[in-house]
Design a protein around this ligand. Structure first.
Ligand code: BGC
Length: 858
């Protein structure tokens, strides 16, 4: 059926004034990080070979298909680049430690410490060890903390400044509680629209997730807190993830990802995190190409520590280690929470170096003694951990831990320090409210239904849905938010925090309406199934608002039959029926959705009676206030979808694997769609989405869609070029000394093009526009039709124009060459698309690169 899109009043028109600057540099492969004096004994190789398969011979980096070859030995961190001072200090610190003391820093004390993860301590030096705490949206399992909008909302805002501020505020709260390592951000990609933890992360595009991850990390670490990029890698569903409780708890699926897809899609946000200086990375529960993530030397030693020159430490997800030697040799540096598994053996060993309930602990000392794991590997674990500690300045005036997990609201007995109830909220509620509003995507707005005019509010307003009101058990009434009662403001699992309070939409809207229009009747039904009462109120109301949601979370909790991953993409509590019931009797029905990701809207989206739709994600504690800001127009919507909303769940390129009918020991999940996840798949296969990636409306109206390209220029002497001119890039560029660097060769991050254009707001409201740049690669380069490679959110007053510049780095126009094992800029015709979404392209320009450029390589 052809899409009825007339109702979409597009935002702001974009006029391109194009200035293309190009510079190339030829960079050789970074020097190898292998310690030259190391001799890797065949014993060591065999320890890993037995577990890592399939693969090519040790040390071979050639991998084109879904394989993870052995990469040994694990590279020692080198004191180069911005971290060098901290690394030298860490080396000095480590050289003064005994082996048991070193082991204490690498292995956790299980789950009875103050934080969700705690390393051992070094009493001789009065060193308390590390407190590691969830989550990616606030300090978990405590009180007087804030509950921030979820990662998915940060991405929905497309607002770099707000994403950074959110990171800073979360970092400040973790620091205030004495947390050393915040276990976030989460940057798995939303390959499967229904995957349970997508909401913790930043959507289904690697570039967007990369930008959001890097900014979040910068924000967190600006407060001296070590951020943790997780879950490395391919943790794209909850069913069968195993480890500490991924539903079935028996097998770990293997994400089978070819080398190019790994680099260009799934590792991309991690590479950007490492470039941003992240202090720690968490290896995932699942396998990659048949090998457990925390034992996969290709992804840890090879990609993180060699290619990306990661200086910090690699810690395991909780009980994700499945071996001692293999994980140590593959490059894992910290084992959390320490024990072999939940419920297996003692669960509280305060001195890991003597604990025998762990794959490491005392076992690590034995492995060192019998030569299976060389002591330099343990040294490097500690050096990496302490480098991050020094780099964040945690040796200076860092607060001690001030709370106790799992007893947020109680004071423990005299033998255990209790919760000090430190208030770390500051004024973060203001930021939370702002992000909540600026991450609400306006999907539909017929005839200017929104914003509501506070001076002319209707006489009779009816509000429907349990999602409008409070949870009858209270905002924290379900442990780790493991239920779907009342308004949904975060998903469930470890990626949560306790709400200090939760402003529900019903109260916030009622207050706002009452303040502005005291005589307006406001009625509601929060029983999702009382269709008679809904019908009765909807029939009389001038304006109806229906709230509905869809929830998901981590696999150790099952809610309403959903074991972490959603069972489908429909609204919960029969939300579709509630909406159709209300809207069939109420010609002015506004729908507000709080969901963890895409939902199918087809049952009612084209109804004339559904006059406006707001897609509000998981806005955190200020939910009701944020939605009032949007409804009232005090915030003009500027959010954009960080994923595609399809017409049918079958339109997506991948789906959660829910069952294991043949009882496979390892469930292999082939990433056959390769680079084509989300919009890339829709574009490549001509599938019409309901709402495309990058889509979102504004209250301001559209104008003539001009796409005049006024000029383009070439460095070093800018010269005018005719419209649509092809730029030729010849030669290999200046010869430069081979240089690696954190995040890969520095040339990857050099500017390739600067795209300049002007946005003209011809509408009646001030507002933000999110200008998006997509790159179309040359034919034959094997890329999807277009990929996001730049965006900027800009404020434009009504009637005003705003010049925008978006920089494309060499990396942004590169592909991963599996034979060269290097990033290359392919030769041929590139097209740069500038648009208001992935399908609303307002202008484009092509350039031709005449010679392939290798950005690193032998
Ligand atoms: C989750 C991690 C979390 C850890 C500690 C694991 O189950 O996968 O994201 O940080 O638990 O709570």
């Amino acid at each position: 059926m052809p899409r009825q899109r007339q109702f979409i009043a597009r935002g702001i028109s974009l006029i391109l004034i194009s200035t293309f600057l190009y510079s190339t540099s030829f960079i050789s492969f970074p020097s190898t990080l292998f310690p030259s004096s190391d001799v890797i004994s065949s014993t060591l190789n065999h320890a890993l070979e037995r577990r890592q398969s399939p693969g090519s011979p040790t040390g071979t980096a050639l991998s084109t298909g879904p394989t993870s070859p052995l990469i040994l030995p694990s590279p020692n961190v080198t004191a180069t680049g911005p971290w060098s001072k901290s690394i030298l200090r860490a080396k000095q610190f480590t050289s003064g430690l005994t082996l048991p003391e070193k082991i204490n820093l690498t292995t956790g004390i299980d789950v009875n410490g103050r934080c969700v993860g705690n390393s051992g301590s070094i009493p001789r030096l009065n060193f308390a060890g590390f407190c590691l705490e969830d989550s990616p949206l606030g300090v978990r399992l405590t009180d007087y903390n804030s509950a921030f909008p979820a990662g998915i909302n940060a991405a929905m805002s497309w607002d770099k400044d707000l994403i950074l501020q959110r990171g800073q505020a979360m970092g400040a709260e973790h620091r205030g509680k004495g947390v050393n390592v915040q276990l976030g951000p989460m940057m798995n990609l939303g390959r499967d629209a229904a995957a349970g933890r997508n909401w913790e992360g930043f959507g289904a595009d690697p570039f967007l997730a990369g930008v959001a991850s890097a900014l979040t990390i910068q924000g967190i670490q600006s407060q001296g807190v070590i951020a943790c990029a997780k879950h490395y890698i391919g943790n794209e569903q909850e069913h069968f993830r195993s480890g500490s409780g991924g539903g079935e708890n028996s097998v770990s699926y293997s994400s089978d990802i070819d080398d190019r897809t790994l680099h260009e899609v799934y590792a991309w946000p991690f590479a950007e995190s490492i470039k941003a200086g992240v202090g720690s990375v968490m290896c995932a529960y699942n396998r990659i190409n048949g090998t457990y993530a925390c034992e996969n030397s290709k992804i840890i030693n090879g990609i993180a520590k060699e290619e990306l020159d990661f200086k910090g430490f690699l810690l395991s997800d909780w009980a994700a280690l499945e071996s001692g030697a293999a994980s140590a040799l593959a490059g894992t540096d910290m084992n959390q929470p320490g024990f072999i598994g939940y419920g297996i053996g003692p669960q509280n060993e305060p001195n890991p170096s003597t604990a025998n309930n762990s794959f490491w602990g005392e076992a690590l000392a034995q492995m060192v003694a019998n030569g299976t794991v060389p002591e330099w590997r343990v040294d490097d674990m500690v050096v990496r951990i302490m480098s991050a500690y020094y780099e964040m300045g945690q040796d200076k005036d860092y607060p001690a831990v001030k709370y106790w997990n799992f007893c947020s609201f109680n004071q423990l007995g005299p033998t255990q320090p209790g919760n000090e109830h430190v208030n770390v909220q500051g004024n973060h509620s203001i930021l939370i409210r702002e992000i909540g509003a600026k991450s609400t995507v306006l999907l539909k707005n017929l005839n200017g239904t929104l914003p509501l005019n506070e001076k002319k509010l209707p006489r009779n307003i009816a509000i429907f849905g349990s999602d409008a009101g409070p949870n009858p058990d209270g905002p924290n009434g379900c442990g780790d938010r493991g239920c779907d009662q009342g308004t949904l403001a975060m998903g469930w699992g470890s990626g949560t925090a306790n709400f200090p309070y939760l402003i529900d939409p019903l109260s916030a809207i009622a207050n706002w309406v009452h303040e502005n229009s005291p005589d307006t009747m406001i009625e509601y039904v929060t029983n999702d199934y009382n269709y008679n009462q809904v019908t009765s109120l909807a029939t009389q109301a001038d304006l109806c608002m229906v709230f509905a949601n869809a929830d998901s979370g981590e696999g150790y909790i099952t809610v309403d039959g959903n074991a972490g991953d959603r069972n489908n993409l429909t609204l919960w509590h029969s939300g579709d029926t509630l909406i159709t019931t209300a809207s069939s009797h109420c010609p002015n029905t506004i729908v507000v959705l709080h969901t963890v990701g895409p939902v199918i809207l087809e049952k009612w989206i084209e109804s004339e009676n559904v006059t406006a739709v707001l897609f509000a994600g998981l806005p955190g504690q200020e939910s009701g206030n944020s939605i009032v800001d949007v409804l009232s127009g005090s915030v003009n919507p500027s959010a954009r979808l960080p994923f595609t909303i399809a017409e049918s769940a079958f339109d997506y390129s991948a789906n959660v694997v829910y069952s294991n009918p043949t009882n496979e020991i390892i469930i292999h999940i082939p990433y056959d769609e390769a680079l084509e996840i989300d919009y890339r798949h829709f574009d490549a296969n001509g599938i019409v989405p309901r709402f495309e990636f990058g889509f979102g409306l504004s209250y301001t109206s559209s104008a003539t869609n001009s796409s005049t390209i006024l000029s383009s220029s070439l460095p070093p002497t800018p010269t005018s070029a005719p419209v649509n001119a092809s730029l030729s890039i010849s030669g290999t560029g200046p010869a430069v000394t081979p240089t690696g660097g954190i995040g890969g060769p520095t040339s990857l991050y050099d500017t390739a093009f600067t795209i300049s254009f002007t946005i003209h707001n011809t509408g009646a409201f001030d507002g933000d526009e999110v200008a998006q740049v997509y790159v179309g690669f040359p034919d034959g380069s094997g890329e999807p039709p277009k990929v996001l490679r730049g965006f900027e959110k800009v404020w434009v007053g009504k009637g005003a124009r705003c010049n925008v510049q978006i920089v494309l780095r060499n990396k942004d126009i590169s592909i991963w060459d599996v034979v060269k094992q290097a990033w290359v800029i392919p030769s041929g015709r590139f097209t740069f698309f500038v648009g208001a979404s992935s399908r609303d392209i307002r202008m484009s320009q092509s350039v031709t690169v005449t010679k392939l450029v290798t950005l690193n390589g032998p």
